[in-house]
Structure formats: C-alpha cells, structure tokens
Design a protein around this ligand. Structure first.
Ligand SMILES: [Zn+2]
Length: 531
C-alpha cells in the first residue's frame, strides 16, 4: 500500500462523487495492489480517494459485479471447514435480541447471507421466521447443508420477498462491495416494518491510516472488491438519505462499524442498550443446538458437522473444560478418521487407557491433515487447502492444550507426538508467511506465536534443549509485533513454570531427550511423506 501525501503524487478528480455523501471534494489517498501489501506507487492497481467532507474512501475502477463472481470449490470447502468469524457474525443479532423482548412470530431477513449461519441461528436459537438472500454459490450449499431458507434473487429484483416487510433486516460486510450503496440502503428501508430495524456492519474508513497495522488495513481495503469504505459520518449521511429517520452508528472495533437504522425511536433505544460482550455464548449455544440435532439425525457426522464440533471443542478448551472437550473428540473420532484418510489403518500404542488413546490418535490425525495440506499447497500451488480438512491443523494445536490440562505429568509418547506436531505446525506457518500473500501472512502470524510457546513448554517437559538457531525467528520484528516476547523472555517464563512444577512433583525425573516411540504413527507418516 502506498499512502499519498497532500502535496504529492496525484491530482483531485473533480468528475467523481463520494458514494456516501455525494461530495465532489475527493483527493487520492491510498494505492493498493491485488497482489498484496506492495509499497510501490508503480504497482498501484486500485486508487482509493478520500472524501474531504465525510472522510469515506471511494474506489472507482470498473469491475464486474461482486455477485457475478462464482466462488471456487476449494475455497468453499475451506470456508465450511473453519466457519471463520462465527462469533462476529452472530453477535449483532444475539445482542440486539437480548435487549429486546420476545421474538415470537417476528421475521428476519439477511441480505448477502453467504452460507446462512446467521439465518440458521436466528431460526433455531432465537425463534424468528428467518430467511436469507445469497446469489453466490455459498447460498445453495447453505440451503442444502443447513436446511436454511435461502434464495438467490436480490431484494427488489423479483425476489419472492419483494412484497414483504421485516422486523429485522441484517446485512453484514456487504454494502462496501456495492457501487450504488444508496440504492441498496433505500431498498432495505422500504422493506422494514415501522417498528423494525436494519442492521449493517462494514469496515471503518477512519481505520485506514499510515499508522494502522498494514496487514489489517489491507484486509479492510480488500482492493478489487471494496468500492467504498464508510466513515461513521458518511454512513449516517447515506442512511438518512436512504429514508431512515432514526440511527445509531457505532464502532464495533477500530476497523469496523455497526449501524442500526429505523423509522421510529424504539429500535434505536434497544440498539443503544445492546451489549456485544456475549459473542462466545451465542456461538456456543448455536453449536450445541447443531450438535444435538446432527447427532439425532445420523451416526456419521458430516464435514460441516465436524467443523461445528471443532468450533465447540475449541470453546471448551479455551474455557478449560477438558472433560467436555474429550467427550466431543470421542464423538468425532470415527468420522474424522474417515475424513482424513479413508484407507488408513493404524493402532495407537497406548499404555494408560481411553483418554491417552483418544488424545494421541486425534493429535496424529491432525498432524496428517497438516502434512497433506502443506504438501498439496506447495506441490500444486493450491490457493486454499483442498485435499484435507483445514481445521485439522488447528484442532491439533488445541489438543496439545488439553494434554496439559489432563495429564500431570504427560505420558512420554504424547509429549513426543506433540513435539512432532508442533514442529510441523510451525514449519507450515513459516511457509505460509513466506508466500507473501497478505491473508496468508495474517494467518501465519496468528498460528506461529502460540505454537512456539506451547512447543517450548513440551520441550522443557521432555528435558530437551531448545535449539536457539532453529527458533531464531522469535527475535525478528514481525514475530515481536504480535508476540511481544523475546526468546529469553519465553525461556525465563518457562523456567519459572518448570521450577514450580518440580516443586509440586520433585520425585518425577524428566527424560533426557524426546525419544520418538518406534510405533508412533505420526512419525511413520512423516517419514513416508518426506521420502
Ligand atoms: Zn463523502
């Protein structure tokens, strides 16, 4: 990205008008390329103009419609496997409904609902008559997998909802894609009941400054896809012109806005009272509902069901509920085994019963997912994981956390597998980082930091030395930005932990180095794949 100085490299473009407020007082502000976070002005593909009246950012290049692009299958699989951003999707609806009274008989419509998780949540957990509109391929899949009421024809363009009005219309991360956002908002306003509310979320233009973290600013700009980034002022102006007389526009976080728009004061008072702090509770409730309905329907958990179970597993681990987490793993095991490698058969060497066995086997399966994904991505340059279950890679990471919670001390075979797994996980993260794509970079940074801390803890528990050269990247600036700890700080922290542990269990001798168990299946697979 290249920010343009005021006396600088571009001229004002008088023929263009701000999509938010209609002003022609626009100046070139930031250049971006679809290739990533390039710094050179020559690489500028998308020029964002800032409106000097409302501070919104406009991008005017001619491109095909957002809705015309059909998403590819590997990406859709990836999307299903990780169900990214579920907390953030459910929070606006959950918190608004918590603040309001009964939802019985009320209607809910989501525009640009994607796969339809929010529509499904509104129907199953909140009692709405809920529907969604999604012209892209996700909509068809969501209808098929979730059984949600999703149609493809846009509102006001022949949709079977054209004659209806709704209690809530929700549109999350959609309006910034549309070249004519005022028309879109006006259509929404015509379909809201007099006591109803429209809820929009969208990136915040004021977040895009030279001081903002570059990767996050780049993902908010999403060059080539986003036509406008609104300021709070610009969004308020646009929504009032579109016919809404009562508004509340707030920052959800620094990079994102949420707007409540209505034609009466009641819904806005509710919006002001809505607390968004319960996002994980809404998600947990939704996933638990899905889990029970999925299990009552069928013995084998579907790919989507596995993803839902994974999200719930992660939530249990984050709350320290190890027993519930292991119960979930037991439910997932047969389907996960089958999904990872239908032809595979191996036995886990086990010494101490069911919990050791299940954690060990699931960790090995996750390691195999990770290896398959690395190899497929590197050898075939696949943009997104296609050949294995994407969530397997992070599920393994959460399993290493459960291992700490369950065993005191951990069995040596599990320590060995965890070290293998975490090393592979870090290698994979480093490869993602080196691919120089902005979205990969963000993912890599969020993977590597926690994995390093966990790995060092396992190495210490195994009594193994930490190879300072191999992990020298912990001193590099990119690592320190998100994880403000140096190698020595991590060491000090872990040494304190180890001393504390030794005081609790002075009689337990640590082994000298991690000796791979000869029958460790993960080890065997690594050797097989690396030949
Ligand atoms: Zn403007």
């Amino acid at each position: 990205m290249h920010f343009i100085s005021h006396d600088g490299d571009g001229n004002s473009s008088h023929a263009l008008r701000c999509r938010a407020c209609g002003s022609s007082n626009l100046t070139p502000y930031v250049c971006a390329s679809s290739k990533g976070m390039t710094a050179a002005f020559e690489d500028c593909e998308y020029l964002f103009h800032r409106c000097e009246d409302c501070r919104s950012l406009n991008e005017f290049s001619e491109e095909g419609s957002f809705y015309e692009k059909e998403q590819d299958t590997p990406f859709m699989n990836y999307y299903i496997d990780i169900i990214a951003g579920l907390d953030e999707m459910l929070a606006p609806i959950g918190s608004y409904v918590d603040a309001s009274r009964s939802t019985e008989g009320k209607t809910f419509l989501e525009l640009g609902c994607g796969f339809g998780f929010v529509v499904d949540y509104a129907a199953k957990c909140r009692g709405f008559q809920a529907a969604g509109i999604e012209p892209g391929g996700y909509g068809r899949l969501g209808q098929q997998y979730l059984g949600a009421d999703i149609s493809a024809t846009l509102l006001g363009e022949g949709s079977h909802h054209d004659q209806e009005q709704f209690d809530i219309i929700f549109s999350s991360e959609v309006i910034e894609h549309i070249p004519t956002p005022k028309q879109f908002a006006a259509t929404v306003s015509r379909h809201i009941k007099s006591e109803g509310v429209a809820i929009f979320t969208t990136p915040n233009a004021e977040f895009i400054t030279p001081e903002s973290p570059a990767a996050e600013a780049y993902s908010a700009l999403f060059p080539g896809e986003h036509k406008i980034l609104f300021s709070a002022k610009g969004l308020s102006l646009l929504l009032s012109k579109a016919g809404f007389s009562h508004l509340a526009v707030k920052q959800r976080r620094s990079s994102n806005l949420i707007a409540y728009a209505a034609s009466s004061p009641g819904p806005i008072a509710l919006a002001e009272a809505a607390q968004s702090g319960n996002a994980t509770t809404y998600t947990r409730e939704y996933l638990a509902t899905y889990r029970h309905s999925a299990l009552s329907r069928t013995e084998k958990i579907s790919r989507l069901g596995l993803a839902m179970h994974y999200r719930l597993f992660k939530d249990f681990v984050n709350n320290g509920w190890a027993d519930q987490a292991i119960d979930l793993l037991l439910e997932m095991r047969p389907s996960f085994r089958c999904e990872v490698d239908p032809g595979m058969s191996f036995t886990i060497p086990t010494q101490s019963g069911e919990r050791t066995e299940i954690l060990h086997e699931m960790l090995c399966l996750c390691g195999i997912c990770l290896l398959k994904e690395s190899i497929l991505s590197q050898d075939h340059h696949l943009p997104y994981p296609a050949g294995s279950i994407a969530f397997g890679k992070t599920m393994g990471f959460y399993i290493t956390t459960v291992i700490h919670q369950v065993f005191k001390p951990e069995p040596s075979t599990i320590i060995d597998s965890a070290i293998n797994y975490l090393n592979t996980f870090i290698d994979y993260g480093m490869w993602l980082r080196s691919s120089r794509r902005a979205d990969y970079h963000l993912e890599a940074i969020s993977l590597i930091g926690p994995a390093v801390a966990s790995l060092f803890l396992f190495l210490l528990k195994a009594g193994a030395a930490i190879d300072k050269k191999r992990y020298s990247f912990v001193e590099e600036p990119w690592f320190r930005v998100d994880h403000p700890v140096s190698y020595d700080e991590i060491q000090t922290h872990l040494n304190i932990n180890r001393k504390r542990q030794e005081q609790i269990q002075p009689q337990h001798p640590s082994p000298k180095s991690p000796q791979p168990h000869p029958n460790n299946p993960f080890r065997r697979v690594i050797e097989r794949l690396r030949k």
